[in-house]
Every structure is written in structure tokens, then in C-alpha cells.
Design a protein around this ligand. Sequence first.
Ligand SMILES: [Zn+2]
Length: 237
Amino acid sequence: MKFALKNKNLILFLLFFILLLFFIPANASEIRENITPPGKYIALTFDDGPHPGTTERLLDGLRQRNIRATFFLIGEEADANRELVSQIKADGHQIGNHTWSHAGLDALSDQEILREIGDTDQLLQSLAGPGEYWLRPPYGFIRPGSENLIQTPVITWSVDPRDWESRDAEKIFQAVINNAKPGDIILLHDIYAPSVEAALRIVDELSKQDYEFVTVSELLSLYDISPQAGVKYRGAS
Ligand SMILES: [Zn+2]
């Protein structure tokens, strides 16, 4: 009887110990891969430019507010508006690659993918200086299995107000303000006047809420993420 009681205590102890194992992470890095920074950081990104008029207005507004953003440029547009590429660079924004002709990379051959990205990269290297120009694939698509062709990180987004569809500054502004959280990457297009108007209102409103605007590369770095070539990043949080 005495032996049985002792055995029961032993079993209870073992059960408790096994339960405890479930609540202690074996390795903290398995639970959380990145570190949450103390500030409220967020990244504005602008696709499809540079575009005469609207891009200038956006650059002026961002410069007045001392805000840095990220511009994913179409090769054809960069080629046709070279002075705007220089201005984006001079203002300290991050520049990225949005393919030469805004092609959906999921429907292209390996050779075509390399040309769309490579021609744009070459132009950006010559217009904005040597550097790594991260890819934003048009529509966010890359063909599964083609990741090894891409030499840089692939940046998509976590907030999409579908500005190209509504072309309505108030709707774009509300869609972003209602969905934004720290670590987000916001998708806008600086080829539409309402998007530019909304972007500057978004900067003013989120700044009031203590957000800090950073480039995509700064955002990932603040979250202790080391971006890898061919890997998609839609945000940092
Ligand atoms: Zn695009």
C-alpha cells in the first residue's frame, strides 16, 4: 500500500514535468524569429513611376515633411524620366526594380524574367549608382520555381488600399488609416494624383499617431530581419 502511494506520487510528478515541457519553448528563436523594435515603424512604397507631375508633387511633399519612402520603378518609365530618378535618389529614398515593362513574371520564361529584371537593374545602376535594387514583382507574382533567378529580396506589401481602382483620395486615405499597424508595408502608386494626395495625408495622420516612416530596407533591419535573395517579404511584423 505504502509502495503504491509512492508510485502514484511519482506518476503525478512525471505528468507535471511532461506538462511543463509543453510550456517551455525548446529554443526561443523557434517561437519568435524577429525582434519587435520599440518604435512604430512603417514603410510607404510607390509603384509604377516615375511619372511627370505626380512624382514631383509627391517628392516635394515628402521633402517638406522630411519623410523617406521606397519607389519601385518601371524600367521604361525610369528611362523616359531620368531626371526624376536622380531626384528620388538625391532625396534619400530607397529605389527598387518593378521590371522593365510591368510584366507579370508568373507568365514569362526564365530568359524573359532575367531580361525584365536585368535591363531595369542595369539602368538603375547607371542612373542611381551602384547598389542593390530589390524587386517588387508586378501584381506581386513570381512563378513558383523561378525564385533562384532573382538575385535580390522580393518585396510585396501588407496594406493595399487598391488606389488604382478607386482613384479617390478620401477612400485611399481611410483604407490605409483603418488597416495600418507597425511593421506594415503600404502599397500606393505615384502615377495617380489622388494617390499622391492621400499619401501626404497618410503621412500627416500617422505621424500624429507617433508612427515613423522608414524605407523598406530600414524597416526589415529595425525588425532584425536579414532579407535573402528570392524570398518574399510582405511586411516586418
Ligand atoms: Zn505595378
